[in-house]
Design a protein around this ligand. Structure first.
Ligand code: FPP
Length: 250
């Protein structure tokens, strides 16, 4: 794969000069995909990883700057212990297998969420992947893990207030949108401009609540394991047809 040299025949509908800077994806439907095939749910997650690989590669090839994937929410701990354990094992397997490919494609890896509450071995693999890809300058791939949008806002407010206290008496006027943004997990990423959700549900599911304020939302009935680069190109092409006004008159 060569970064930034997309095959023209795969991308007829996308204008590469007007790409979304940051694409965020709620990858939903792994369970339903498995059920349709009478397979265990974990087979759906495994197939979901194949879709992750395709989409990461397609984003890098198109020249998208940032891709953030919702891989495990704070609510996902409520799933059966065996499924949670298998998801963590799959994540570790993905990280170990993927480092070489990430480096080959100049992709910088990151993670957002309450990472310190993940199992220690998962944390170790995450930090290894972050460190080994930190000098890459292409796509920024971020996994949201043990992530919740409300939890992120609470963490940001706690961090900001602690920071302001350190400077003396708390001045509430110092709490501004820009200042709060600087304390989010995503402080060094632009806000997403395109949010994709698979498997048809019209919900945000506690994902990047602050950051999606002006984001375009694109929902497809396709289940995540069936999501292919052609679906991504379609989402980007549709995004490019929309008129973004940010509350103004355009
Ligand atoms: C939703 O499907 C998906 C998840 C809970 C997590 C997404 C995980 C993966 C794609 C695999 C692991 C990813 C990485 C990057 C290692 P669901 O189980 O909620 O599906 P359902 O709504 O059909 O039951």
């Amino acid at each position: 794969m060569k970064t930034r040299t997309p095959e023209a025949h795969l991308l007829p509908q996308v204008d590469l000069t007007r790409l979304p800077q940051h694409i965020a994806i709620i990858m939903d439907g792994n369970g339903r995909w498995a059920k349709k095939r009478r397979l265990p749910r974990i087979a759906g997650h495994r197939a979901g990883i194949r879709a992750v690989r395709q989409v990461v590669e397609a984003c890098a090839r198109m020249g998208v700057r940032c891709l953030t994937l919702y891989a495990f929410s704070v609510e996902n701990w409520k799933r059966p212990h065996t499924e949670v354990k298998l998801l963590m094992d799959l994540l570790r397997e993905y990280l170990k297998k993927e480092i070489a490919e990430l480096n080959k494609n100049n992709i910088r890896f990151g993670a957002i969420g309450r990472i310190s509450n993940l199992p220690p071995l998962v944390q170790k693999d995450l930090y290894t992947t972050i460190e080994k890809t930190q000098d890459n300058t292409g796509l920024r791939l971020t996994l949201a893990l043990n992530y919740g949008g409300r939890a992120e806002l609470i963490d940001a407010v706690r961090d900001l207030v602690t920071h302001l206290h350190r400077d003396g008496a708390l001045d509430v006027n110092a709490i501004t949108e820009d200042e709060l943004s600087r304390h989010l997990y995503t402080r060094d990423l632009p806000d997403p401009d395109l949010l994709i959700r698979t498997s048809g549900e019209m919900r945000l599911s506690n994902f990047l609540l602050w950051q999606v304020a002006y984001c375009e939302i694109w929902v497809t009935d396709t289940l995540w394991p069936d999501f292919k680069e052609q679906d991504l190109f379609q989402a980007v092409a549709d995004f490019q047809k929309r008129e973004r006004r940010y509350g103004g008159l355009g």
